[in-house]
Design a binder for this molecule. Structure first.
Ligand code: FES
Ligand SMILES: [Fe+2]
Length: 419
């Protein structure tokens, strides 16, 4: 990859090609749970390199404003959230969720002056336990993406986030990299000592037995459909068919009866991103055991520092790697699949230099994803907004991990799954 293309792909500040492309999409700004009540304390938000402040007003509406007061740039985060607006702590100027100046107590002033003192505000909507923000051109798309997890009842889903100290793209690439599962997440324990946590037995078994998946990638309306085929028994294949949705969302394949999964990799700035992880079941509430496992860092969730969204494992403590465990129990000796992903992806550098890679056949999904993003950013530069951004409907659906007879072609499997 050319060095310049790597810059284009990884920079998302306003005015950069990728930054302008991303701003056509509704983006996760924070979790709903971060603003648990009306008039609760505001929250600092950084999204696509912009410093913002989020608050829930007296009526429950959510504002997402420029972090700094238009008067003399004090941080609105320090202010008072009261009476349907956020009041700056420095001189008491007050703003509503639309950024309109409601009060300017230091001045004797008319409507014209308060109007002039308005601040930047982005439209928000709450959807699936996430507060989404639209930071793009005025004519805003119809709706936030219609992910299936947004349509189920709150008890049927679990939404969380975790900080990654690296660029969004290497995090996203990890989620559509279907050969690493056989190594990075390998369990070295004896057959009898392995526990099938959360119905992932098939995934673990087949990815261990066949470390050379055959990968098929197709461009579809929402981005890419990525199929990884592994040998199951002599008559069948184990298929994992993932979906990457523009610009940074992935639906991870799961067995039809299992809890579904999605990953959203949201740029905070060029060197940090949030990994939003969603689990949902289309038909039933999640069990206490499932939720407990997600919350307490069991098996595939990284343990968080209590009261934060920061993982306990980090570069400073070698991601809690235990070299003894690495010898006999797990490929990495790092606890939880999420922390394993985080460790290798952060280890690529804050912004991974793609001009120094040596790619092979199993990296095709990553190559295709980069190509599509570059093409879309280029079109955006030339005035063609991404059509997909105003199609919330194509974000619905799930992704499957299934075993099928070897003679069954992928096209036929796709047909079966879509019908
Ligand atoms: S800096 Fe905010 S009111 Fe003066
Ligand atoms: Fe992984």
């Amino acid at each position: 990859m050319r060095f310049e293309d790597n810059i284009t792909l990884t920079h998302t500040d306003r005015g950069t090609p990728m930054g302008d492309l991303f701003r056509h999409f509704w983006m996760p700004a924070l979790l709903s749970e971060e603003l648990p009540a009306n008039d609760c304390p505001p929250v600092r938000v950084k999204l696509l390199g912009e410093e913002l402040v989020a608050f829930r007003d007296t009526e429950g509406k959510i504002g997402l404003l420029d972090a700094f007061c238009p008067h003399r740039r004090a941080e609105l985060y320090l202010g008072r959230n009261e009476g349907s607006g956020l009041r700056c702590a420095y001189h008491g100027w007050k703003f509503d969720v639309n950024g309109k100046c409601m009060d300017l107590p230091t001045e004797e002033c008319g409507e014209r002056l308060t109007e002039r003192m308005c601040t930047k505000a982005y439209p928000t909507m709450e959807h699936g336990g996430i507060v989404w923000a639209y930071m793009g051109p005025e004519e805003q798309p119809a709706d936030a993406p219609g992910f299936d997890f947004c349509l189920v009842k709150p008890e049927q889903r679990y939404v969380s986030k975790c900080l990654m100290k690296c660029n969004y793209l290497q995090a996203l690439e990890g989620s559509i990299d279907y050969s690493h599962i056989s190594y990075l997440h390998k369990d070295l324990k004896s057959e009898s000592a392995k526990v099938d946590v959360f119905g992932l037995g098939e995934l673990i078994k087949y990815s261990e037995e066949d470390g050379r998946p055959t990968i098929f990638v197709d461009r579809v309306e929402h981005g890419l459909q990525i199929a990884a085929r592994r040998n199951a028994d002599e008559n069948s294949y184990y298929w994992r068919i993932a979906r990457w949705l523009m610009p940074c969302f992935v639906i991870v394949p799961t067995a039809p009866e299992n809890v579904c999964r999605a990953n959203l990799f949201v740029p905070i700035d060029d060197e940090n991103c949030w990994w939003y992880r969603i689990r949902w079941h289309a038909e039933r509430a999640l069990t206490e055991k499932e939720i407990d496992g997600y919350k307490n860092g069991a098996f595939d969730y990284a343990e968080l520092i209590p009261g934060t969204y920061l993982p306990r494992g980090s570069r400073e403590n070698d991601y809690l790697q235990n070299r003894l465990i690495q010898r006999s129990q797990s490929y990495t000796g790092i606890p939880s699949a999420q922390l394993q992903d985080l460790a290798v992806q952060e280890s690529q550098g804050r912004i991974h230099d793609r001009s120094r890679e040596r790619l092979v056949k199993t990296d095709i999904p990553i190559v295709q994803c980069r190509r599509l993003l570059l093409e879309a950013a280029d079109e955006c530069r030339n005035g063609k907004a991404p059509a997909i951004a105003s199609r919330p409907d194509v974000y619905g659906g799930r992704a499957y991990a299934i075993t099928r007879p070897r003679e069954m072609a992928l096209a036929r499997i796709r047909e079966e799954l879509s019908g």
